[in-house]
Write a protein of this length. Structure first.
Length: 368
């Protein structure tokens, strides 16, 4: 059953939400905006995180509702043109456009259904429902940064297919479109049970776009997957934080540098330092930085509590050297190989489009 903004429905009624509940959604969204404008809220990061996450979800639903309404209006317009039958050329264009719009409408309804379905998935206490993924360029210079961007795109497309929510927490873009580092959150459903296998060093073998002689290069990118703690697992006290604001840098044009929106948080008891500059809002960047800090504090706590868990993050990412690898993406041979289970898959372009389900299943079946 779906319960959203006071409305309840079974799965077969999901597409009707846009008609039955639009006003309630907008009302809830406006209420959240009012709460987020409260200056006192910044001292309660747990509530801030909940409200920000809810705001993001409602924004997606509102935008999708708007898109569906516009598509429905266009369908009606084209139907009227078809009824006239006066201008054969116009009628032909209307028929073609009508088919295209109906396809877009069907896709939009599926996307809305996926957004609603996300909220109905129960959280399993034994299987964390949110992770923080850190992708960093390793050996290989600019090519490593470009592949870090490719991996981020792959996981983003995978998240959409899996029905996961994604939020970028911080990034350090390169001048040619790659990333020195990008940190993002994935949540809902079975995200941890699948993404935990992505932790490690990913090696790529291909001819870089920056290579003029056609020579194949080998580069590496490290991926760390950290569990995002629940409220009861990690408590962060405002008095333990040193918060600095500074001008954002990197991609974003002049606007991103005009205001001091970037945030650096130092956790005084542990010495951990996290940053976020991915958003244009100081408040949102603060929340993103707190999410990263919470995940790293939980990881630190686990490392200190158990020898077995100790060094987990360091084990995941190693030194990002070429020899320390869990997976190789060989583009000239159109092959992805996972070295842990000694299995390969072909059709790399499809895999890079986020089609990872077959890989997830193989890893789940053969590794703990």
């Amino acid at each position: 059953m779906i319960r959203l903004a006071g409305w309840e429905s079974s799965e077969k009624d999901w597409p009707k939400l846009k008609m039955l509940n639009a006003e309630d959604i907008k009302k809830e969204y406006e209420d959240i905006l009012n709460q987020l404008s409260d200056p006192e809220l910044i001292s309660n990061w747990e509530k801030l995180e909940k409200l920000t996450a809810r705001k993001t979800t409602l924004e997606k639903i509102i935008e999708k509702e708007k898109e569906l309404k516009e598509l429905a209006d266009k369908i009606e317009e084209n139907k009227e043109i078809l009824k006239s039958k006066e201008d054969t050329e116009l009628v032909s264009l209307a028929e073609t456009e009508l088919a295209q719009i109906r396809e877009r409408k069907t896709a939009a309804e599926k996307e809305l259904t996926a957004l609603l379905k996300i909220e109905t998935i129960p959280q399993n206490q034994e299987n964390p429902s949110a992770v923080v993924v850190e992708i960093r360029a390793g050996a290989g210079g600019e090519e490593a940064g470009l592949f870090a961007a490719d991996l981020f795109k792959m996981y983003s497309k995978c998240a959409l297919k899996q029905g996961w929510q994604q939020k970028v927490l911080d990034s350090s873009p390169t001048e040619i479109g790659g990333f020195k580092e990008i940190i993002f959150e994935l949540k809902n459903g079975d995200v941890f049970s699948k993404m935990k296998y992505e932790a490690g060093v990913h090696r790529v073998q291909r001819i870089p776009t920056t290579e003029k002689s056609g020579r194949v290069h080998t580069s590496t990118v490290s991926v760390a997957v950290l569990v995002k703690p629940r409220e009861t697992e990690i408590k962060i006290r405002p008095e333990d934080l040193k918060i600095d604001f500074y001008h954002s840098s990197g991609a974003g044009g002049q606007y991103v540098n005009k205001r001091m929106t970037a945030v650096r948080i130092t956790h005084l008891p542990s010495g951990l330092v996290v940053t976020s500059q991915s958003e244009r809002s100081q408040l949102q960047n603060r929340q993103n930085a707190l999410s990263i800090l919470a995940a790293r504090l939980l990881q630190k706590k686990e490392e200190e509590e158990s020898e077995k868990i100790g060094g987990k993050r360091r084990t995941q990412i190693g030194g990002a050297k070429r020899a320390e690898k869990i997976r190789t993406y060989n583009f000239p041979q159109d092959r992805l190989t996972d070295h842990r289970i000694k299995k390969s898959w072909h059709n790399l372009p499809a895999i890079m489009e986020g089609n990872l389900e077959q890989i997830f299943k193989s890893l789940q079946q053969t590794t703990p």
